[in-house]
Design a protein around this ligand. Structure first.
Ligand code: B12
Ligand code: SF4
Ligand code: SF4
Length: 435
């Protein structure tokens, strides 16, 4: 594993501050941080608003290397997403906040096969974070300054802002870890023209010799410490438009949205999980089982409107619910029961879908489940996607030894699926490591 040093790009000096008494700004900074904490943020800090030159270089280099897999977000316009002044002209400081989302999972429901959703998406934590930062913005505006809240916005690289504000430090899984508390935190900021005195980042390296996230990633997507290759990252593949690359479908296991593996294995997170920070809005109410373990049968039977109504706050490529159905078909192939008539019915129904992407994923699910007899109707299908699916090698689950079989209850099954995926990709070509 190559060690990656941060790009040798000098960070610019903070912009000159307008003439404002330092004591007034120190007092305002204190009030702002106090409001952030009172509003429920788990950590808050202040960063100066000079452009993030190193991150701009990282974005441009990774995009050029293909590691961004065509993602837009902050990659669309690196000059914009690394310059706070593009969000608020005259920006002088960022008040950066972190909101924890660690909470226990509800029990996995009995019944038909269920998918799995990553923790950050169990509730709308971004809405809570935004609401807390709105309060912070209110303090700044009341003092006569301008303030704009940016949360998970393409206009600002949130992790780097958190780093600069002294909230945490990058882990090798690329997430920002808070000292002693791990990475189960969403991040956001208030950009302001108030020249608040910046916090002094002094968070030490939190990983040391640990490599668990790199070793634990089911697809080997962490190609160097702190560097994720989105072409292999399951969190991106479930969001990306179009078909899911065949070579990563087994590793996807029962995931419908997001991937937590590189955080689940992280020692500071394990400690953090023992001290839940969420739930916040509905104190006392655990996350709803349907938001954590959505029924695969439901996902494959619901209408577009129902899917968007329940999961519309997720990032769904082109707002097209067929991408959720695509994910559900892969999950069905990985954890469905070939002997269950409801599973057979779903596969049969999707083999007749008018949409080639869904037919193709249904072909894969059928072959993975050993339901090849269902394929007779598509053998003459002229669509190139379907032809390619029929010709590809797919390892049937019932031909895997129990050791290598992905069916059954979630936890250990996922580990087994992961091992299978690791074996399956053993032959695959390693992408070039970033310099
Ligand atoms: C695009 C994106 C993704 C993409 C790409 C992720 C990626 N690593 O870039 C995909 C869809 C894969 C994704 C997945 C996830 N994401 Co996301 N994502 C974003 C988004 C929109 C932009 C991120 C970005 O600009 N990346 C650009 C690259 C250049 O930055 P980076 O990967 O952080 O790289 C830094 C390190 O490499 C570091 N670095 C450089 N050299 C070295 C060397 C060493 C040794 C180290 C340790 C570090 C290091 O510097 C780089 C920055 O300059 C932000 C929101 C935002 N507006 O910022 C959320 C965000 C980063 N995502 C977030 C979350 C929660 C996730 C997931 C955990 C969700 C999930 N469970 O599925 C996963 C985690 C995957 C992972 N291991 O990174 C949170 C992260 C919170 C945190 N505590 O860090 C953010 C900040 C959203 C938010 N507002 O809270 N995400
Ligand atoms: S989110 Fe999943 S696939 Fe992506 S780097 Fe982490 S463990 Fe790997
Ligand atoms: S698993 Fe280990 S190496 Fe990875 S982020 Fe956590 S502490 Fe760092």
């Amino acid at each position: 594993m190559a060690q990656v040093r941060r790009a040798a790009v000098p960070e610019p000096e903070p912009p000159p501050r307008p003439e404002v008494p330092a004591s007034a700004m120190a007092e305002l900074a204190g009030a702002v941080i106090a409001r952030a904490r009172a509003a429920g943020l788990d950590a808050a800090g202040i960063a100066h608003a000079a452009p993030f030159a190193r991150t701009r270089a990282d974005l441009e280099r990774r995009r050029a290397q293909g590691l961004a897999a065509g993602m837009q977000f902050t990659y669309r316009n690196p000059g914009r997403s690394t310059d706070p002044a593009r969000s608020l002209p005259g920006a002088a400081a960022l008040v950066v906040g972190a909101l924890g989302y660690a909470e226990p999972a509800p029990p996995r429901p009995d019944g038909g096969p269920a998918g799995r959703v990553a923790r950050y998406a169990w509730r709308d934590h971004y809405a809570d974070l935004r609401a807390a930062l709105d309060q912070v913005a209110g303090v700044l505006r009341a003092a006569g300054w301008r303030a704009r809240v940016v949360v998970d916005d393409n206009g600002l690289v949130d992790r780097e802002a958190a780093l600069r504000a002294g909230i945490g430090r990058y882990g090798k899984n690329a997430n920002v870890l808070l000292p002693g508390r791990g990475s189960w935190f969403v991040l956001g900021a208030v950009v302001t023209d108030a020249p608040l005195p910046p916090s002094v980042p002094d968070v030490p390296d939190l990983c040391g010799t640990c490599n668990r996230c790199i070793d634990g990633c089911p697809t080997g997507a962490i190609v160097a410490p702190g560097v994720v290759d989105a072409r292999r990252c399951l969190a991106w593949l479930v969001q990306a438009p179009g078909p899911i690359p065949r070579e990563h479908r087994a590793a996807l296991a029962d995931r419908i949205y997001g991937c937590d593996d590189c955080q689940e294995v992280c020692p500071p997170n394990r400690a953090g999980q023992r001290r839940p920070t969420a739930p916040r809005p509905a104190a006392g109410e655990g996350a709803a089982p349907d938001d954590v373990w959505p029924s695969i049968a439901w996902l494959l039977s619901a209408t577009d409107a129902e899917l968007l109504d329940r999961h519309g706050r997720w990032y769904i490529a082109q707002r097209d619910p067929d991408h959720l159905r695509r994910n559900a078909l892969v999950a069905l192939g990985n954890v469905g029961d070939a002997a269950d008539p409801a599973t057979v019915d779903l596969v049969r129904r999707y083999l007749r879908s008018a949409r080639p992407m869904l037919r193709a994923h249904a072909v894969w699910a059928a072959r993975r489940l050993g339901l090849d007899h269902l394929l007779d109707g598509v053998r003459g299908d002229a669509d190139p996607e379907i032809r390619a699916e029929l010709e590809a090698t797919v390892e049937r689950r019932d031909r895997l030894s129990p050791e290598r079989c992905g069916a059954g209850a979630a936890g250990p099954a996922i580990t087994r699926v992961r091992r299978v995926a690791a074996e399956e990709r053993a032959d695959s070509v390693e992408p070039p490591r970033p310099a």
